[in-house]
Design a protein around this ligand. Sequence first.
Ligand SMILES: O=C(O)c1cc(=O)[nH]c(=O)n1[C@@H]1O[C@H](COP(=O)(O)O)[C@@H](O)[C@H]1O
Length: 233
Amino acid sequence: MPRLDTPLIIALDYPHLDQALAMADRLDPRRCRVKVGKELFTRTGPQVLEALHARGFEVFLDLKFHDIPNTVAGAVEAAADHGVWMVNVHASGGRRMMEAARERLEKRQLTTHLIAVTVLTSMAHEDLVEVGVDAEPLPQVERLAALAQRSGMSGVVCSAQETAALRALCGDTFMKVTPGIRPSVSNDDDQRRTQTPARAREAGSTHLVIGRPVTQASEPMSALAAIEQEMYL
Ligand SMILES: O=C(O)c1cc(=O)[nH]c(=O)n1[C@@H]1O[C@H](COP(=O)(O)O)[C@@H](O)[C@H]1O
């Protein structure tokens, strides 16, 4: 499979395999990657990965592992053994957890990208306070991104509102995978820290995760094309 230069990752957030594959069949694997998350994977297991790989898609397996180091290392290894392009953990699981996961991939020479979630894009200051973090999202994202980089992660998941700051802190090649993308015509749904595709790219997001604005559109590829236009205008 040739390396894709598209930054777009479409989130296949569905409860059933047939729904996810019906959407995948409306997308072009040369113009986007796809993301499989907790609901779909818990329902279908690895068969969804096989079906998407057979259709030519590179897959981000978004299970956001967060557990003791040995458990997470094993889970990340299992994900990589399925041949996924990218897998993620929660940076708040700590340095030893992230290092254990990275070392396990290195030991097996598995090339799956390993990234860490900083602060979920659904969270604002008041949500952080409720879980005992008395900080604005940005400094907490910066703290966790710096820790993720020191722990050998290839990049982080953050809001595109924080991308520019992380570019200064962690450099250009450190991946900045940004969900919460909302084209200028969409609503925010349950997201709190959103950004438009154009501003995310300008700020230096390396990858844009987009779910509902594409998957709930009557013509998903037209919605994707509009996002491409918005990004490159
Ligand atoms: O890791 C993720 O992908 C993720 C992290 C985050 O902080 N926020 C976030 O929305 N996501 C995922 O990105 C997707 C966003 O979907 P939409 O809000 O429909 O565009 C969902 O599949 C979320 O699970």
